[in-house]
Design a protein around this ligand. Structure first.
Ligand SMILES: Nc1ncnc2c1ncn2[C@@H]1O[C@H](COP(=O)(O)OP(=O)(O)OP(=O)(O)O)[C@@H](O)[C@H]1O
Length: 612
């Protein structure tokens, strides 16, 4: 079959690029091994809160080398109390030095805990600097990604991390992560966030959105005054930043990333998610928290127990924001953001991120924002063609044997006959279990992740997949968003989703951070309603659209998947404020119009290439 030959070549190429399962964490470990020894070291109290090197702490960690406390730049709205709210909350007059980097320095100062090194015992930063760039990242792939910004007075993008004053300790961690230059979404969002602006950012999968919201939050907390805890229940904690994400695994992943970025900055990150014992999370919270990463359900539980208060939140970030505001999650998110004690928009800073932003969700989301900037960066697989997308017509009854053929071909073409990491999406939990069983029976080690599995089983499945022990992961949509699993060579949509945005997120589990990947979809009559949006998406991404799919597309009207305004040509979303109906007054979008101020007059849009 001609398709298979070319597919096999693609799979082999993709697999070759993705060889070395687990190498990213390994490289971190290798880089850090010089410091030697994993045993916990006792640090006397007077030496805590200092960089771990034998040398005396560099003056830059407490005094700014790159002082950019420019008025207007990095002047978050909470720094200078401008209303009663700030005075009440008590963080305006805290003990931090005004201006400069006086807020925090070094590791945590939280009693008996010593900060664990998230880079794997890599205490000697210089060792890491020697390693230079993370060469697996292909930045050329981002060369011509289109970027669109809209809103008032959009701060200009930066080209390098050096241009931004994030603080010495954070800069050191960026170098430890081997991030040499910012990705396009980071180039735009970091200056916007540092300027204290609210943001709705739509950027393609795998393009570095996590760092884009973590860096300004960590930097802002480092820079800000040390907060004074309001009088409340003795066991209530008051995080300064809240990062919400829709799944437990994604929250865990964001927590891991944020811990790396905040290492030795004095900023403490804690995660809370369902399915894991709450007592352990409560103990962790009691040890101190600046940034809380959470799933909505567990957070509501903590709020209702009065163990967490949102009264001092300065930064709110919603990752996968469109998912967080769709029908399933919206009531919980509204409760957290609007009905508890969180400061309102305009007092807190709010950042919403996703690879997709349907117009109706933007409308809901705008309730949470004040005078925000909308940013769109590329679309999945857009002009970079990072993800090769294939669609094959496969009847329901033939799906298993077809999958088997693909896996056989992939194994035959893989390095040393090894199976490349393959993520297979199915529609139902039962379907996932049954396909996993069938694959294992047929000699393909597989595991599964879905909502009916215990949290322990879910985490074990992910570990086993990442390590390559079970190189096939059968998943429901619980694994569709955000998960950054290195070396996933192939995503198979065994059952296509009903929504084109879900397809975008699913295939985005491959082709990440400038690497290439392959996505194969099995299509049949049951997916007719997706035909039009799928064909359009593939065409926009310069993919080969089979003639039969074009015929299906011509016949179908695509109902819910035509997503007016969602696709927006090259982008995963387009600022809904640019719709004519919004500009005519937009009263249907805003009950009281309280958030609409600011962009009515000076609103402007700007399209650029990422590297201008
Ligand atoms: N500046 C950078 N230089 C090199 N690598 C980077 C940089 N920024 C992020 N990365 C890496 O790129 C990968 C993808 O980043 P991330 O998971 O944040 O993507 P994302 O945009 O949130 O994707 P998704 O939409 O799927 O959630 C990660 O492995 C991350 O470590």
């Amino acid at each position: 079959m001609t398709t298979r030959t070319s597919w096999a070549d693609l799979a082999a190429n993709s697999a070759a690029e993705n060889v070395g399962v687990g190498s990213s964490s390994d490289s971190n470990k290798a880089a850090g091994s010089a410091s030697g020894g994993g045993r916990p070291v006792y640090v006397p109290p007077h030496l805590r809160n200092r960089p771990p090197s034998a040398d005396p702490p560099a003056p830059t960690s407490t005094a700014p080398a790159l002082s950019n406390d420019r008025p207007g730049q990095g002047g978050p709205r909470w720094a200078a109390p401008k209303n009663d709210y700030n005075n009440r909350s008590g963080y305006g007059g805290g003990g931090g030095r005004p201006g400069g980097w006086g807020g925090r320095s070094g590791g945590w100062d939280r009693g008996r805990d010593r900060e664990v090194n998230p880079f794997g015992n890599d205490d000697d930063a210089e060792q890491v600097f020697g390693e230079q760039e993370n060469t697996s990242i292909n930045f050329d792939a981002y060369e011509d990604i289109p970027v669109e910004t809209s809103g008032d007075n959009v701060p200009p993008p930066v080209n390098t991390f050096a241009e931004i004053d994030l603080g010495e300790a954070l800069n050191l961690n960026i170098r430890r992560c081997k991030y040499v230059k910012p990705t396009p979404v980071q180039r735009y969002t970091i200056p916007i966030s540092l300027a204290g602006r609210d943001l709705m950012a739509c950027a393609q999968t795998g393009s570095g959105k996590t760092a884009a919201f973590c860096f300004p939050i960590i930097s802002g907390i480092m820079r800000g005054p040390v907060p004074q805890k309001p009088v409340r229940g003795a066991r209530t904690v008051f995080p300064l930043a809240l990062i919400l994400s829709p799944t437990r695994e994604l929250s865990m992943q964001i927590h891991e990333e944020a811990r790396k970025f905040s290492y030795q900055t004095g900023v403490k990150v804690v995660v809370a998610y369902g399915g894991a014992p709450i007592n352990q999370q409560l103990r962790e919270l009691e040890r101190g928290v600046d940034i809380l990463v959470a799933t909505p359900g567990r957070l509501v539980d903590l709020l209702e127990r009065a163990r967490v208060s949102l009264q001092m939140i300065r930064y709110l970030a919603l990752d996968e924001a469109d998912r967080m505001l769709d029908m399933g999650f919206e009531p919980q998110i509204r409760k957290i953001v609007q009905q508890m004690d969180m400061p309102p928009p305009g007092v807190r800073q709010t950042m919403l991120f996703s690879a997709t932003f349907p117009r109706e969700i933007q409308r809901l989301a705008s309730d949470f924002l004040a005078n925000y900037i909308f940013l769109a960066v590329g679309r999945v697989g857009s002009s970079t063609d990072l993800i090769v997308q294939r669609v094959e017509f496969v009847q329901e009854s033939d799906k298993r044997s077809h999958l088997m053929d693909l896996l056989h071909a992939q194994r035959a073409n893989g390095a040393q006959g090894k199976q490349a990491l393959t993520l297979v999406f199915v529609e139902t939990k039962k379907g996932a279990d049954s396909l996993e069983h069938w694959l294992c029976m047929n000699g393909f080690p597989a595991t599964t992740i879905h909502g009916d599995r215990s949290q322990q089983e879910r985490e074990q499945a992910l570990r086993s997949f990442k390590s390559g022990a079970t190189p096939i992961l059968v998943a429901t949509d619980v694994a569709a968003r955000g998960l950054d699993i290195p070396h996933v060579a192939h995503v198979v949509n065994f059952d296509l989703p009903n929504d084109i945005d879900d397809y975008v997120h699913r295939i985005g589990r491959t082709g990440r951070a400038g690497k290439t990947g392959l996505a194969t979809a099995f299509f049949n009559d049951n997916n007719a309603s997706l035909a039009k949006s799928l064909a359009d998406l593939m065409q926009e991404a310069n993919q080969e659209v089979p003639a039969w799919l074009t015929r299906y597309a011509a016949r179908s009207f695509g109902g819910r998947n035509r997503r007016p305004g969602g696709g927006g040509g090259r982008f995963g979303g387009r600022d809904f404020r640019r719709d004519s109906s919004f500009n005519r007054g937009g009263s249907d979008y805003y009950g009281g119009g309280s958030n609409a101020g600011g962009y009515g007059g000076g609103y402007s849009a700007n399209v650029a290439s990422a590297w201008d």
